[in-house]
Design a protein. Structure first.
Length: 348
């Protein structure tokens, strides 16, 4: 009778510390590309340091945001296309920060998986770094958690945390009043909310991720993984120009629930649905699901990922600034007396 007297190790329990260390080394070049003024120490330590004075602030107020990507991750996992999902993660955080009037300064990520696949993890973290680079914020730290028994197969989860700053007294929303104009900025598709419904629509359509996309020249999976648009640089340019009273990031809840979040209690908005073109993906979703227009407006961004509330007399010049930064801008309505969102026209 024989017995195996070899001791248990962390590796035999399914956690590879060496792989985790190798991942840190692999992603250091990507993190380095995101370095900006204020970064003192980044990856590798027990914490990361950031100097607000070096970043140019004299009397700063910090603003923090955290978010995930939701079930859009399921498409990335099932297709193996993980090269843009980190951009979504960054966007969901930094697009919220700018709505407070804050400049995103740094970002930390949390990546959890059942088994660390080094190549896959490197691609994911590189995409996070890309999102940071496009937003002008630094990737200064994060956590990679290998947790066998918690995630099946190649499943993983992502969360992000971003901190921004503004000078005291520059916080938004501020000064919203009746007559202000709404400038809608076009989205790049579904972005990162509503994907539990999107996956049901795909199931109902009889298509799969590898099918030819009915609304673009790529596979359906590729089209639905189009990353969330980053509005940081264009929005900050508009804020610094002056005349911006509020910004609303159009995510879960759509226009119907996100616009009232930036309005005083005695004010509402009137929105002309014919003022912009509905994204092709939403035409397809409506066609397959018979989703009523009011549900579309409460579930998805309906083609507008960010809305700015601006002074009426400065709307034209602000629109030009936004266009100059690559945005497609539509004048979609105005602030009115009352409460909530009043729609006119119809989506097309």
């Amino acid at each position: 009778m024989s017995s195996d007297k070899r001791g248990l190790t962390y590796a035999s329990a399914g956690v590879d510390i060496d792989a985790g260390n190798a991942l840190v080394e692999r992603i250091k070049p990507a993190a380095k590309r995101t370095k900006r003024s204020g970064v003192m120490a980044g990856l590798g330590g027990f914490g990361a340091l950031f100097d607000l004075k070096d970043a140019g602030y004299t009397d700063p107020i910090l603003v923090a945001a955290t978010d995930g990507v939701g079930t859009k991750l399921r498409i990335a996992i099932d297709t193996g296309n993980v090269d843009t999902i980190g951009i979504d993660l960054v966007a969901m955080c930094v697009n919220d920060l700018i709505c407070q009037g804050a400049e995103p300064l740094f970002f930390l990520d949390y990546f959890a998986t059942g088994k660390l696949e080094l190549d896959q993890a490197t691609r994911i973290i590189n995409s996070i770094a890309k999102g940071c680079e496009l937003s002008g914020c630094a990737l200064i730290g994060g956590e990679t958690a290998e947790m066998p028994g918690m995630y099946n197969g190649g499943d993983f989860d992502l969360a992000g945390f971003s901190v921004g700053a503004m000078e005291r007294g520059a916080d938004l929303p501020n000064g919203v009043r009746e007559g202000d104009v709404l400038l809608g900025l076009a989205s790049d598709g579904v972005h990162s909310n509503g994907y539990s419904l999107v996956r049901k629509v795909v199931e109902k359509s009889g298509l799969n991720w590898d099918s030819d996309c009915p609304f673009s020249d790529e596979t359906l999976g590729q089209a639905l993984l189009t990353p969330t648009r980053l509005y940081v640089k264009s929005a900050l340019a508009a804020i610094r120009q002056g005349g911006v009273h509020a910004l609303a990031h159009i995510t879960g809840g759509g226009l119907t629930e996100n616009l009232p979040r930036v309005l005083p209690q005695d004010l509402g908005v009137k929105v002309d649905l014919s003022a912009w073109k509905l994204s092709p993906v939403f035409n397809w979703i409506q066609g397959v699901s018979n989703l009523p227009e009011h549900e579309l407006l409460k579930t998805f961004n309906a083609g507008l990922g960010m809305v700015l509330v601006v002074e009426k007399d400065r709307a034209g010049e602000l629109a030009k600034t936004l266009v100059g930064h690559g945005e497609i801008v539509s004048v979609i309505g105005q602030v009115v007396s009352g409460q909530g969102v009043i729609y006119s026209g119809s989506l097309a």
